[in-house]
Design a protein around this ligand. Structure first.
Ligand code: ADP
Ligand code: MG
Length: 296
């Protein structure tokens, strides 16, 4: 079996053994939008705020470019601490018994929680966010990372969230991810756009997909707002799609953000005086409110 088939087999095996009865204590939020819209920055800020609010946070980086670890303050020099899930293949295969002739491994007999999975495959960032990454930049050029994606999806689905736990998923650019099983179990989506036509179009498409899949709460985040006109442009372009959103959030363009690249955590020493941070706080509180409203 080649490597891709092996990854696929492991993902299938995990999927088969995941029996979710629907209700779990915590909740899941998927963040999507066009490349550069602000997904990684937003997921990093939300992760920090959820930790501050007392949550056990699992941030998942689905993007093969793997920006999220650095946004959350892992020093680029320590990037070797971050082992992509798919590179643990031997270990996972052994644990799930996906190799021919092997029995069920330890992993699948457990009712895995966040710490089980993070202890084995993840890292903890300096501010206490648990982090799971999918893959590598190297493979990105070769096209579809379908097996790797499937493996990450399976592992993320497999986790059983307790009360006070939240999964925040930073997706790749584009919309196709909603079409996959990934979105199942995600009760909330944050769709991010900036005021450019192409970015708005991606969000428009995603909103309808999210609706079709049955995600109950879809939030719109308009990013890089410089004027009322920007907001109006987004709303006009969205037209009737606007009615699909539970809430609308507006993040101002913040020039100082550039100084906090890639690590955005020190930004919070501004004590949330920045309008940007205040609005992200409002988003975090809203996600928490809806999340606690509907179990799992
Ligand atoms: N509100 C904002 N004001 C100014 N710059 C922003 C804002 N939001 C994001 N950026 C910047 O835009 C770039 C892309 O953001 P990022 O979060 O990496 O997007 P994505 O993950 O969607 O590709 C980053 O350099 C980030 O600092
Ligand atoms: Mg990103």
């Amino acid at each position: 079996m080649n490597r891709r088939d092996r990854i696929k087999a492991v993902a299938d095996k995990i999927k088969q053994s995941t029996k979710r009865d629907g209700d779990e204590g915590g909740f899941r939020v998927v963040v999507t939008g066009k490349g550069g819209a602000g997904k990684t920055t937003t997921v990093a800020m939300l992760s920090y705020l959820f930790v501050q609010a007392g949550f056990n946070v699992l941030a998942v980086d689905e993007d093969p470019q793997m920006n999220l670890p650095y946004a959350l303050g892992i020093p680029p020099g320590e990037s070797d601490r971050i082992v992509p899930l798919s590179r643990n293949l031997d270990y996972i295969e052994e644990k799930v018994g996906a190799r021919p002739g092997e029995g069920w491994g330890l992993m699948l007999t457990l009712n895995p929680d966040v710490s089980d999975v993070v202890d084995r495959f993840g890292v903890r960032t300096p501010v206490g966010v648990n982090l799971l990454v999918m893959g590598t930049v190297v493979q990105a050029a070769t096209g579809c990372l379908c097996p790797e994606n499937a493996l990450l999806d399976a592992v993320v689905r497999y986790i059983n969230l307790r009360k006070g736990e939240v999964i925040l998923m930073d997706t790749q650019a584009g919309v196709e991810h909603f079409g996959r099983a990934l979105a199942k179990g995600f009760k909330q989506a944050v769709l991010i756009t900036d005021p450019t036509f192409n970015s708005i179009k991606v969000v428009k498409h995603s909103a309808h997909l999210a609706k079709e899949i049955g995600i109950p709460y879809i939030h719109l985040l308009i990013n890089r707002v410089r004027s009322e006109r920007d907001i109006q442009k987004v709303k006009d372009t969205l037209g009737e799609t606007l009615s699909l959103f539970s809430d609308v959030f507006e993040l101002p363009y913040e020039e100082r953000l550039l100084e906090y690249e890639p690590n955005i955590i020190p930004m919070f020493s501004h004590d949330e005086r920045w309008p940007l941070l205040r609005e992200v706080r409002r988003l975090q509180e809203t996600l928490q409110r809806y999340g606690e409203l509907t179990p799992g």
